[in-house]
Write a protein that binds this ligand. Structure first.
Ligand code: PNW
Length: 459
């Protein structure tokens, strides 16, 4: 960032959330259970026994939350729809009360001048579909397109930016390979099948959108640059595997119509020969790609399952509460890599943010009497990362918006409420919301179209 940044006119400034992480009331108004309701109620799966039963009670407090977004001046809001609120059994019968919830939310956003970005799948598969094999069943491409069609018919026009899947890599790596996330499987053989069916479902939903919708649809991936720890052939090869596994496994089939060859090397006999026609379904024209960026990875060769690679911790690095290194340059590097590899597709940063040790409760500023949460590390993180986005735009990458993860402190999946990513503090005992210092700072970034980034930090 060599000069005062001024972001393009129409650049979207927003925040992101996901249904299961904030809504609570997972079974209200006729909703069916999801794999996350089930997983969270399985002893031992969640840190401190936390569940999403209440979360941020956004299901009841959404009006207040939209008001907070408006006060901060957000021009966009990325949220996800819970599939099992819409189709309690996953397919077939539609639950109108579930549709109404999101319809009212979208209306409130539009009334407040906030553009909705709707994610169809952010990890909360209907439990009824898991009982039929979930992502391991090839039929899920049709199930997902059916659900997507219900949402397109209900909301297209009011919602103009649609996302099929959030982070298929995490769905598979966490849910089917290592088991830390729902549905908690650990299988080298299942993982490629789940990944492939996620991509087939993505393709089927985009195809359905071209029949039923008139606006924009894309895919959201989590990617991070992999840098070799040394120039040894072993470390270079490990880095290439890690890069193919996380960064190319989903973007290659979606945008180029084939998998990177390293996947066969990684999964060995567990990597199937896929039917050629599957790639015709998977590779659909997309209107944009959403990138979720948190960290980088310095990689060395090591015996590990299944990558034979390990992360090298940086002795001088700064790490967040989730153990992720703060590395803003990686976001600019990644955006340039994306453009070089996949061409001039519009990009949104659909998640970026950090969990730091914010005080667990908001305290009262004795001078002003206002409640405050001081989070200087988060402001520093955001300032550098938004700066990196600006650098990438200057270098010619077509970045159209930035969504901060997250609007609110929320359920960090199996880590429960122990990690706070929000720019708005949530007191889980009272549900009181307090914008942190970072939220006030972000509001200024938005108001000044980025010029605020050039100012030194207020600490
Ligand atoms: C994202 N990784 O998950 C999700 O989209 C959010 O729901 C989540 O709360 C947020 O990031 C913070 O964790 C990720 O290991 C989980 O690379 C893991 C990884 C990346 C993203």
């Amino acid at each position: 960032m060599s000069q005062t940044p001024v972001f393009p006119e129409g650049f979207l400034w927003g925040a992101a959330t996901a249904a299961h992480q904030i809504e609570g009331s997972p079974l209200a108004d006729g909703a069916g259970p999801s794999i996350w309701t089930r997983f969270a109620h399985t002893p031992g799966m969640m840190l401190n026994g936390d569940t999403g039963d209440v979360a941020c009670d956004h299901y009841n407090r959404w009006r207040e939350d939209v008001k907070l977004m408006r006060e901060l001046g957000l021009t966009a809001y990325r949220f996800s729809v819970s599939w099992s609120r819409i189709l309690p059994e996953g397919t077939g019968r539609v639950n109108p009360k579930g549709v109404d919830f999101y319809s009212r939310l979208v209306d409130a956003l539009l009334e407040n001048g906030i553009e909705p970005l709707l994610t169809l799948y952010h990890w909360d598969l209907p439990a009824a579909l898991d009982d039929r094999g979930g992502w391991l069943n090839r039929d899920i491409a049709d199930w997902f397109a059916e659900y997507a069609g219900v949402m397109y018919r209900a909301l297209d026009g009011r919602v103009k930016k649609w996302v099929t899947l959030n982070e298929p890599w995490v769905v598979t790596d966490g849910g089917y390979l290592h088991g830390a996330l729902a549905p908690g499987h650990r299988s080298r053989f299942e993982a490629p099948i789940a990944s492939h069916n996620l991509m087939r479902a993505h393709g089927a939903a985009v195809k359905a959108y071209r029949e039923l919708g008139k606006h924009e649809i894309g895919l959201v991936v989590n990617i991070e640059p992999k840098y070799p720890a040394s120039d040894s052939a072993e470390d270079q090869a490990a880095t290439r595997r890690a890069h193919a596994y996380m960064n190319e496994q989903y973007l290659h089939p979606a945008l180029l119509g084939h998998y990177p060859p390293e996947l066969k090397e990684i999964f060995g006999e567990a990597w199937p020969d896929w039917p050629a026609e599957d790639f015709e379904l998977i590779k659909q024209k997309l209107d944009f790609v959403g990138i979720n960026y948190y960290t980088r990875n310095v990689t060395r060769a090591a015996e590990s399952y299944p990558l034979n690679a390990a992360m090298v911790k940086q002795p001088l690095g700064t790490y967040t509460e989730t153990g992720w290194e703060v590395f803003p340059q990686g976001l600019a590097d990644l955006l340039l890599w994306f453009k070089r590899t996949y061409g001039d597709l519009p990009v949104y940063i659909t998640e970026n943010g950090a969990a730091f040790f914010d005080p667990p409760t908001a305290d009262v500023d004795p001078r002003t009497g206002a409640r405050r949460v001081r989070d200087p590390l988060r402001i520093d993180y955001l300032r550098k990362h938004i700066g990196a986005v600006y650098d990438a735009i200057q270098a010619g990458v077509d970045v159209r918006g930035y969504m901060l993860w997250s609007l609110l402190d929320n359920l960090e999946w199996s880590l429960g409420y122990s990690k706070r990513f929000g720019m708005i503090h949530v007191n889980y005992a009272t549900q009181e919301r307090t914008p942190k210092d970072s939220a006030r700072w972000y509001a200024e970034v938005i108001r000044t179209h980025g010029r605020k980034l050039a100012e030194p930090l207020p600490y």
